[in-house]
Design a protein around this ligand. Sequence first.
Ligand SMILES: Nc1ncnc2c1ncn2[C@@H]1O[C@H](COP(=O)(O)OP(=O)(O)O)[C@@H](O)[C@H]1O
Ligand SMILES: [Mg+2]
Length: 506
Amino acid sequence: MTETAQTPQHSNSMPKKQGFKEDCKKLIAAKYSIVAVPTYEDERCIQSLRELAQHGFGQNLEFYTWSITNGLVSNQGEKVPGSEDPVHAIDYIIKSKKAGIYAFKDLQKQLNPKTIRKLRDAYQELKSYYKTIFLLASETQIPADLVKEVSVLDFELPSAEELERLFEGALRNTKNAKIELSEQDKDDFVKSALGLTWDEAYHAFVRALAGRSVINRSALSVVIEEKCKIVRKEGILDYVPVDFGMQEIGGLETLKKWLSARSQFFSKEAVSFGLRAPKGVLLTGISGCGKSSCVKAISQYWRLPLMRLDMTKVYGGTAGNPEETMRRALKTVEAVAPVILWLEEIEKGVAGFNQGDGGVTARIFSSFLTWMQEKKSLVFVAATANEINQLPPELLRKGRFDEIFFVDLPTEQERTEIFKVHIQKRKHNPEKFKLVDLAKATVGFSGAEIEQIVAGGMFESFNQKRQFNDQDLYREISKTVPLSTTMAEQIKEIKRWADTRAVKAS
Ligand SMILES: Nc1ncnc2c1ncn2[C@@H]1O[C@H](COP(=O)(O)OP(=O)(O)O)[C@@H](O)[C@H]1O
Ligand SMILES: [Mg+2]
């Protein structure tokens, strides 16, 4: 490579492109000095960088790794004495005469004013050479002093092709087992491991295939199970198994029609036809009227797995730095697409929006909105909110969500259906009840309250060992003071708000 002293154009993040190696190549060729790579897969990332150093350019580049325990170690295994101290290590790089790639593990955790100063020096010194320092760590958090110097590059989780190779390898390693898998089955194995790191996928496959004399589709459940465990371990994404269908929701016909019209958008055919899948829907409205139930029903209706993101945990910081947590969660979600991402009670997360949290909430929200706007993956966002007036206005702007629905207290017709649904669900015959009269007696009751009335009434009749009948329900009704009475003012406010901003779900 020829050296020119030209200063490269720097920007802080690279647009998403062909992949990690290609992106790296461009950064190195443009003489970027310092690149941060947020990843949980040190070793796989180092392997990629090593291959790049060896084969990516016209000539070999030097390749070194650094860790606090070993200091700088060359690709041939030679240690640079005294380089456990990052300041010395960086000095060595500055003085080196050769082009090279330097992969630092967890340096972010060792940053003190001296190291930060040294990195800033390195930024200046290296920018006219083909020498690039890569900072590998699970946290992207970059100190404010270094923000201008460091570019951030994503290291993607293994692709479907890579997982396919891994799966084929795991299959070859199963001795004496009879393999009864169609191409479609194999495809499903690979798909169900998407979103896992290389190691995680490897262990999931090994576990799924171990100890079987016949390997067939039934082993798939083990991979899915492993993935759910891992997604859960991450702490903020929850896989929600759904055994709940649209037919268990009374009313909300407009919403149901909207969903039904879009049920095919996530199929392979629709994608290859070039249809744009819907981005997401926001369900707002009065508590207990079926918002959460609807999200679960969409999952079953569209046959897409449901992942719930706990926003309070994101903001609470229990799972780590909030921005990093959000970033990782969205990446995991994208990798397991097609999928439904459920943001439950999204307003809880934004409670700090107007309070002094150093702008963290605002930043997470705006990066989430950008992600939603730009995402190409088949992730359908289903957000629910009770206190809609808490939401920042930019969330509600046209074009963010495909539609915003307002889920109101059920109408008389809807209450009839809700009674029917819940009586049926509990193995009784709804025809034995005067449903219309019951609906007339429950003006202002929510779906959740009607469900409670059915459950309570049944309980009494069972206790007294007699038929479950209308009287049981009326007794429960008379005991219930609906939320719409105790919270009349708030509900009026919510309705006023929704009138101009949302589509009625029923
Ligand atoms: N329209 C409805 N049809 C049937 N059941 C309903 C309906 N609305 C609410 N429910 C019942 O009330 C409970 C709470 O509803 P949920 O979906 O959690 O309400 P929200 O998320 O709006 O607060 C659910 O278990 C569900 O069975
Ligand atoms: Mg809810």
